[in-house]
Write a protein of this length. Structure first.
Length: 364
């Protein structure tokens, strides 16, 4: 077994490989192939494995692959349920599917708004099941996952969670502004997901659907990250590893992908001065944090998507790609009537109407 560099996962004191294994995509493989990929990841030094009940049969495949080396791995899974009863069923099912009598980490899955967070943390919420399981020795630590850093900040500040899983990549940096500093202050371990994928409109596109992905064949992305797929993966992972995170979990579903990810981890010892300059973008205070509170728009504009694409255009210089994404929207910025409802809802009091006008001018 290769030994990869490890980092401490916050107050859990677990030592985890800097690159972990995201289990979503192995649900597309046969059991034989999936087990082969997971076992090879372990042999090459990956010791952190992340999965979920909602990831098809990922839990079964990871459980089968790692049953003989269970005590040498850190396994994290999730419950997407919000109540005690439903999450208890999830928990029991995960233990069975993962072929283990305890979990290292159980995570509340996809907490993306404060209402959902409050329900999950309430008296009849899924957090209570996780805490009871921890009390019984069935799980060691409790984590939370989501795509909205501001919601996750509130979760971290509650003191109930030991780890937090959040998207982070070259063009998705909202977590850096507030969540990572708060997590560090509370000694909560940070796990970065989606290092190779970018949110476009309402969907997240990634390496395995490359037409609109962060790692697609767009010429501008090649200029930013590298000419070959391996070079782009390496560059993207190096950027995330340079942040204050314990591990990054790309979704892996082939031996080649595992090898590429492990190579990036093996070679990483900090960004070069050239990389630091290349990845340094001026994100001013008045940018959209993609919190979604400006929605819904009375004219059906996807405001967050328009402003996200305009940031790719204006800040990152990915002008052709950004325009392609913008032109794929059903409703564009010219439909804005200037009603101002979005401004009233924006927690950052952004001048959204002016920002939409600027996007319209630049794109059209």
């Amino acid at each position: 077994m290769t030994v990869l560099q490890k980092r401490r996962l916050g107050r859990t004191n677990l030592q985890v490989s800097t690159v972990g294994f995201g289990g979503t995509w192995i649900s597309e493989l046969t059991t034989t192939n999936a087990v082969q990929v997971v076992k090879r990841a372990f042999e090459l030094g990956i010791t952190y494995f992340d999965t979920a009940k909602l990831d098809g049969d990922s839990e079964e495949k990871i459980g089968t692959a790692l049953q003989d080396v269970r005590e040498k791995c850190v396994i994290a899974t999730k419950t997407g349920s919000r109540t005690k009863k439903e999450s208890l069923e999830d928990f029991k099912g995960s233990l069975k599917r993962l072929r283990t009598d305890r979990l290292d980490i159980i995570q509340l899955h996809g907490i993306d708004d404060e209402k959902t967070l409050a329900k999950a943390m309430g008296e009849d919420g899924s957090l209570q099941t996780c805490k009871e399981a921890r009390k019984q020795g069935l799980v060691d630590f409790i984590g939370i996952t989501g795509h909205k850093p501001r919601v996750l900040v509130k979760a971290v500040e509650s003191g109930e969670f030991d780890s937090v899983l959040v998207p982070l990549n070259v063009v998705t940096r909202q977590a850096l502004e507030e969540l990572l500093p708060v997590a560090k202050a509370h000694d909560v371990g940070v796990i970065a997901m989606k290092p190779l994928s970018a949110k476009t409109s309402t969907l997240i596109t990634c390496l395995y659907n490359p037409s609109l992905s962060l790692l697609s064949d767009e010429p501008e992305l090649k200029t930013l990250l590298g000419e070959t797929t391996d070079a782009r993966v390496n560059s993207a992972l190096r950027y995330v590893l340079s942040q204050d995170v314990a591990t990054v979990i790309p979704g892996l579903k082939s031996l080649d992908e595992v090898k590429t990810a492990v190579k990036a981890a093996e070679q990483y010892s900090g960004l070069t001065p050239k990389e630091q300059e290349k990845f340094s973008f001026n994100l001013e205070k008045n940018y959209c944090r993609d919190c979604g509170q400006c929605q819904p728009c009375s004219q059906n504009l996807n405001i967050a998507a328009i402003l996200r694409f305009h940031m790719l255009f204006e800040v990152y210089g990915l002008k052709v790609w950004a325009k392609k994404l913008y032109e794929g929207l059903d409703v564009r910025a010219d439909k804005c009537t200037g009603c101002g409802e979005c401004i009233l809802r924006c927690p950052d009091q952004l001048l959204i109407i002016n920002m939409l006008k600027k996007a319209k001018k630049d794109f059209e």
